[in-house]
Structure formats: C-alpha cells, structure tokens
Design a protein around this ligand. Structure first.
Ligand code: SF4
Ligand code: SF4
Length: 375
C-alpha cells in the first residue's frame, strides 16, 4: 500500500448509498402496491372479491417478452400496440437508463435485484462472506443470460414479421398474459417452488446469482450499457491500493486493479465510489481525462427522472392504459381455463381457431352487453 497519507481524507459524503437504498425501497413498495391492486382486481373480476379496483397498468412491466414484441412492432411501423402499452414504455425507460448510465436499473430500481442484493447481504452475515464461482466456471455461466436473451431476440426479431406480431399481440393469450402470470404465482407448483428455493439458496451463497448468470433483462441492459458514455475510472496516481472499492462492489468487479471499469457486470451502483477514502480517485466520468464527473446521488436522480419522464409521457399522451376494457377482462378471467389462453411453443391460438363452450356465446353478447372485438 502506498504511504501517501496526506492524500487520504474523508470526502464529504453525498449519501449516494443511502439514496440508493431509499429509491430501491420506494420501487419495491411501488411493485408491492401494484401486486396488491392487481390481486384485488383479479378477485373482483373472478367473482370472489369484494373490493372493486381498476387494473394497474404498471403490472405490464412484468411482461418483458410481450414488451419486446411491442418494441419490434413499433420499430416495424405499427405504432404503440394498444394491448400492453405500459409494458412498452417501461421497457423503453429501462433501456434509456442503460444507454445513459449503464445497467443502473439493476442496482437502483429492479425489485428482483433489490431482493437478491439483500439475500446476498444476509448470506454474508450468515456465512461471514459471499463466495465466488471459480473463474473458469464464472465466464461460461455469465454467458447463459446472453444465450437466453439471444434466443428471445432470434425468436422475436428474426422469426416474426409485422403480421405475426399482430397475431400474437392481439391474441387472447397476450391479452391476459398478466393474469396468467398472476395465476402462475397464485397456484404455484411444487416444481416452481423448488426452483425458486434453489435460486434463493444460491443467492445466499453467491451474491446476485440470478442477476449475474440468468437474467435476460440484465443481458439486454448490459448491451445497452455498451453505448453509455460513462465509466467508473480510477486515478492510479492517487490510489492507495486499499482495495475498499473492490470489497464494496456487489458484482465482484476488481475495481482496484482497473483504470477504467468496462465490465458488463457493473450496474453503476456507485458503492465503490462511495467507499473510496481518497478524494477524486474513483469517479464516474465519460473519459479518464474528462473534468465532468457524475456524483452517486446524481445517478439516482437521473434513473428516477427517466422513469418518471417516460411513463409520465405515456400517461399524458393517453397511451398508458390497455385498450382491453374491464368488461372484456372480466369475461376472459371467468373463462381463463379455455384452451384459447394456452401458449404453445411460441404460438398463441386465435379465438377463431378454438372450439369454445360458453365463450362462443359470450363473444356475441356479454352480460354487460358489449361485444368482444374481432382479432
Ligand atoms: S464497479 Fe462500482 S459501480 Fe460498478 S457495480 Fe461495482 S461497485 Fe457498483
Ligand atoms: S480506488 Fe479503490 S483501492 Fe484505490 S484508494 Fe480508492 S478504494 Fe482504495
């Protein structure tokens, strides 16, 4: 370690990690609120609930594949598809964040990332440390998320033209994709519980196991982050080699040995910057020589601002809410076991392809008197 003690001084903290905690907390609360509202909404339409609430469009943030299709549909000139428009805007917000400040969504907003991070912290207390996967295994495992994302890109961007997208996005399956997701957790199978349990145990031992190895959303944001002008940069002349930055990094980036962090695992959490005891040594900058530096708190402000601006734009322009009416949802939820809501190897049946029971009659006339639009 260098002995240039005169360089070591406590920097005035900008409370970046405290702000990150509160932003993560607020986003988890927002997601829980959406979950509670959606549950009440579902039971009301299913007929067993007593509280009538409207469907929270934010639930579409949990339909990334549908959002990816909507994005491709938009790029092909189809405009904003009206079945899950909020999902598209949420995806756009997260991708914009990554293009500006790398995978900041993962460490500042993502509720799965927050839960995963806290499980890792708990594991550290339990075992005294988090374990690392051997390097020879770490690299191939990290590529899994890119493989999964690559498969999605191939299936959507290379296999579907505008007509195929329209068929899927307008399909009964896509219209109730949020309900199907809800039912997956409501009637969760033993197998799914075992898989989730294994992931939790692995996250206790290996920090951010899901995010690091398996999350295809993270892969997309890492690719977006390649376009970001900002990188964590270390001034080796000032550095006293204390390694506090590397120890603080939740993603095992060897910050203390790099001059510029190029890693696709960096989520711009700023924990390394906050932990560095030497002024102006570790900074988020567009280049090593640049005088422009981004303080940790500013990353948080930027992330929240992008989210509010993009989703607010959707609300202001009237493209936030699904075109599917409450009456139509109500009818479909009551008929959710119909084979028309099954999804088979990338194809979703159309209503005309399926023999309906009661649904045939419901299509013509609903209890509310409206008609299900043709698809
Ligand atoms: S390198 Fe720094 S900003 Fe990037 S993930 Fe690690 S601690 Fe966070
Ligand atoms: S850059 Fe890392 S190793 Fe260097 S002084 Fe800062 S915390 Fe210590």
């Amino acid at each position: 370690m260098k002995t240039t003690k005169h360089l070591v001084k406590r920097r005035p903290t900008d409370n970046g990690q405290q702000l990150r905690f509160w932003i993560q907390f607020a986003f988890v609360v927002l997601c829980l609120w959406i979950g509670v509202e959606f549950t009440l909404w579902y039971f009301w339409h299913e007929g067993s609930g007593s509280l009538a609430v409207s469907r929270p469009p934010g639930v579409e943030g949990f339909l990334p594949i549908s959002a990816l299709m909507s994005a491709w549909y938009f790029m092909l000139g189809g405009g904003v598809h009206p079945v899950h428009p909020a999902g598209l805007f949420i995806l756009v917000a997260f991708v914009l964040m990554s293009i500006l400040i790398k995978k900041s969504f993962c460490s500042w907003l993502c509720p799965v990332g927050t839960v995963s991070e806290n499980i890792g912290e708990f594991g550290k207390k339990l075992f005294g440390r988090n374990f690392r996967v051997w390097r020879w295994l770490d690299y191939p495992l990290r590529s899994l998320k890119y493989l999964m994302f690559g498969f999605l890109v191939y299936a959507v961007f290379f296999q579907m033209d505008r007509q195929a997208l329209e068929l899927f996005l307008d399909s009964p399956y896509n219209k109730v994709a949020d309900v199907k997701m809800f039912l997956f957790f409501k009637d969760i199978t033993r197998f799914s519980l075992i898989v989730i349990g294994i992931l939790v145990v692995l996250s206790l031992v290996i920090r951010n196991f899901w995010c690091r190895y398996l999350c295809p959303y993270g892969a997309l944001l890492a690719l977006g982050g390649l376009l970001s002008p900002f990188r964590i940069t270390r001034d080796a002349a000032n550095c006293i080699d204390c390694s506090k930055c590397a120890k603080a990094c939740p993603n095992s980036v060897a910050v203390d040995r790099l001059n510029v962090v190029m890693s696709d695992e960096c989520t711009t959490c700023m924990a390394c910057v906050d932990s560095c005891p030497v002024s102006n040594t570790l900074q988020l900058k567009p280049s090593r020589s640049s005088r422009i530096t981004i303080k940790p708190a500013l990353v948080g402000v930027a992330v929240v601002s992008i989210f509010i601006l993009v989703t607010g734009l959707a609300m202001l322009t009237g493209t936030w809410h699904s075109v599917v009416s409450e009456e139509e949802f109500s009818r479909r939820i009551k008929d959710i076991d119909n084979p028309v809501y099954q999804h088979n190897q990338g194809t979703a049946p159309q209503e005309k392809d399926v023999t309906f029971g009661d649904f045939d009659q419901q299509q013509t006339s609903s209890p509310a008197g409206d008609t299900v639009p043709a698809h």
